[in-house]
Design a protein around this ligand. Structure first.
Ligand code: TSJ
Length: 655
């Protein structure tokens, strides 16, 4: 029978108060991201059990009541009594912050480390949480709730409201956790289908052969269950990433090995395109900003291929080595590394810092790639890669010359090139903002409406060049892109230098329609490919003009989405009119300033590397050779996920 714990046990729980007091410290935010963080925390534990070789299957279910559950068929969490605390192991895990010892990292060789905040944090931020353990032929169950302490008049989070009960006998093995995020903690409590599915699919690719079943009980029956299991692991992932591109060769190169404590696997396939897509992970966590593991991979790749190029005579003794970029033109690669005590650095914690990892990965890849290139059956592919790199080097050289000419020309006639730019008067880059505005007419309004002390305007005429399938020299010769590059002052590609950035906020202002979405995607792809650090460091924003103006007796109020409109009009009595803005051009300079540019009222969404990756993929589909995926793609993906990332939430990042 369920039994209420006595007051004496409450003391054990005090640690969870700290989490309630400052949730952001533990899960980053209390918006949509933080909410999903809870789920990933629990999922990571189940995946760890599979990584340890104890479980073969994991499931994640989103329930109609807003709760989520995660299950694995592993050993079942420990149920024995903790020697010092005198309570069951599970209870320690869910009620003690950073519960060490039995549940410390020594149980698993490799563990997230970034998430690693522990199941107790999830418990602390949930209205309730249940644990079902199937172990030793016994089904155990325990329940925690956020309860009211009447005497102290405060909430006690994560309080055990049952003992670890023996429910009955079972032949199953495993652990099942279900929890309801506390709506008094989170501004957003709805798990996003796409977000959850994408990450689960990614985890299935990263953990070869692991079966993960994702069930969203809120969806219609045909869309409810998604099962992922990839026998080819990251090689399947690369094939998936290249699904709309044309591979140079059907082979996906697979390299893997272990050196010291570092385990590394890489899958690589070349396409006929020119861009470089390297996706890396450390302990299953994406490292969008790269790091020492990527550096090791690149160093090995360049060195081994240069040696090979010499061996087959594509490079002569007198020739210089080809550059790393040349060997990565058109590459799609997924690199996953398992590291003990990973250190994540950078503004978004997306870069691996451990110095010991670089030589280890370099060693593994060098050895494995050398073996691959010695194999007779791989000669044809290897030759194609070298030929592609040689071609790339030639173009690069031609580009360099063209660029030198362009630079010299630029210095002479810098004015005409940035002629369209309406610069600001202030000289502090940190405070300055560049608005890249769709269309000359909106550009004109922005120019008149802005605060010229810190806001500069660059209008774009029509659509900028498609970045897909364009070499650097073609991108450079496009006037729209050149004026952006010149205005920002950073140069691009290898020459990119963030310290020369003239505007610390770069704000894309386009209409809220299909064309606007297209222009946003092209610009993000451009930034992602040629100025990645600009995105990674959080300098790129999307301006969000209002969708509606509500007028009443000469008074105007604005709504940025349907939800806001409803809220606004509900509060109004008497006659009012609603105007739906179709484009920026419909606003006069004062309105544009007031709604979209004035830092006191406007909404800006900060662009993340993930957005840019998504934009890149949209552009690939839009501009690629393959026609059929296009239509659906535009319809499904042309809108960005807007939650959780408004300017105010991230101002810290600027300082
Ligand atoms: F922690 C948790 F609640 F987040 C969680 C843990 C959530 C889920 C869905 C699964 C798990 C979990 C933990 N699955 N499997 C385990 N395994 C252990 O905790 C375990 C089992 C046996 C032994 C042993 O030494 O016998 C050791 C451990 C760490």
């Amino acid at each position: 029978m369920a039994q209420q714990y006595n007051a004496g046990s409450i003391k054990v729980l005090e640690g969870l108060d700290a989490v309630r007091m400052r949730p952001g410290m533990y899960i980053g935010s209390t918006g949509s991201r933080g909410l999903h963080h809870l789920l990933w925390e629990i999922v990571d534990n189940a995946i760890d059990e599979a990584l340890g070789g104890f479980a073969t299957e994991v499931s994640v279910t989103l329930h109609k009541d807003g709760s989520a559950s995660v299950w694995d068929n592993g050993r079942g969490m420990p149920v024995d009594i903790h020697p010092d605390l005198g309570i069951p192991g599970v209870e320690v895990i869910f009620t003690r912050l950073h519960a060490g010892g039995k549940f410390g990292n020594d149980n698993y060789a490799y563990s997230g480390g970034l998430h690693g905040v522990g199941a107790s944090v999830v418990n602390a931020l949930s209205s309730w949480l249940t644990v079902d353990i199937f172990r030793d032929w016994t089904h155990y169950a325990m329940r925690f709730e956020c309860v009211e302490d009447k005497k102290e008049k405060k909430q006690i989070a994560g309080h055990p409201v049952t003992k670890l009960d023996k429910v009955g006998n079972t032949r199953k093995r495993g652990t099942l956790i279900r929890f309801l995020p506390d709506p008094t903690v989170f501004e957003e409590t709805k798990f996003q289908f796409e977000t959850v599915r994408n990450r689960i699919r990614e985890l299935a690719y990263l953990n070869k052969g692991l079966k993960i079943v994702f069930e969203d009980e809120r969806q219609d029956s045909e869309n409810r269950v998604h099962e992922y299991c990839f026998g080819g692991g990251i090689s399947d992932y690369v094939r998936y990433l290249n699904r709309d591109k044309t591979p140079l060769n059907p082979t996906v190169i697979e390299l893997d090995g272990k050196k010291d404590d570092v385990v590394c696997a890489a899958a690589i396939q070349y396409t006929d395109g020119f861009s470089e897509s390297v996706f890396s992970f450390v302990n299953n966590i994406p490292t969008g900003e790269g790091g020492t593991h990527e550096a090791g991979f690149r160093a090995a790749w360049t060195r081994v291929f240069n040696e090979y190029a010499r061996k087959i005579g594509a490079l002569r003794e007198k020739d210089n080595n080809l550059s790393g970029e040349d060997f990565r033109e058109g590459i799609t690669a997924v690199i996953t590394t398992m590291v003990k005590n990973p250190q994540f650095e950078g503004q978004t914690k997306g870069r691996l810092g451990n110095t010991e990892v670089r030589p280890a990965v370099e060693n593994i890849i060098t050895q494995q790639l050398t073996l691959f290139l010695e194999d007779l059956k791989n000669q044809e592919l290897a030759q194609k890669i070298v030929e592609k790199a040689v071609k790339s080097a030639k173009v690069r050289e031609a580009t360099r010359k063209a660029r030198d000419v362009a630079r010299a020309k630029n210095e002479l006639e810098a004015a005409p090139l940035v002629g369209k730019l309406s610069a600001c008067t202030g000289r502090k880059a940190v405070e300055n903002e560049l608005f890249i505005v769709e269309g000359d007419s909106a550009g004109g309004s922005a120019k008149q409406g802005r605060d010229r002390r810190f806001q500069a305007i660059l209008p774009l005429r029509g659509k900028p060049l498609n970045v897909e399938k364009k070499r650097l020299d073609q991108v450079l010769s496009n006037e729209e892109f050149r004026s952006i590059i010149t205005a920002l002052g950073t140069s691009i590609g290898e020459d990119f230098d963030i310290s020369s950035l003239k505007y610390h906020k770069v704000i894309i202002l386009a209409d809220a329609d299909q064309d606007g979405a297209h222009i946003r995607a092209i610009l993000l792809t451009f930034f992602y490919r040629y100025m990645r650090q600009l995105v990674a460091d959080g300098h790129v924003y999307i301006g969000m003009p209002p969708l509606y103006a509500v007028k009443k007796a000469g008074n105007i109020q604005y709504a940025y989405d349907d939800k806001e409109l409803k809220k606004l009009t509900q509060g109004l009595r008497g006659n009012y009119t609603v105007q739906r803005y179709k484009g920026l051009g419909e606003m006069n300079p004062e309105q544009l300033w007031e709604t979209t540019m004035d830092p006191r009222n406007r909404k800006l969404m900060q662009v993340t590397i993930e957005d840019a990756v998504q934009a890149d993929s949209i552009i690939t589909v839009l501009m690629g050779d393959k026609v059929e995926p296009r239509r659906e793609y535009i319809i499904e993906h042309a809108e960005f996920n807007k939650e959780d990332r408004f300017e105010g939430n991230r101002e810290e990042a600027d300082k």
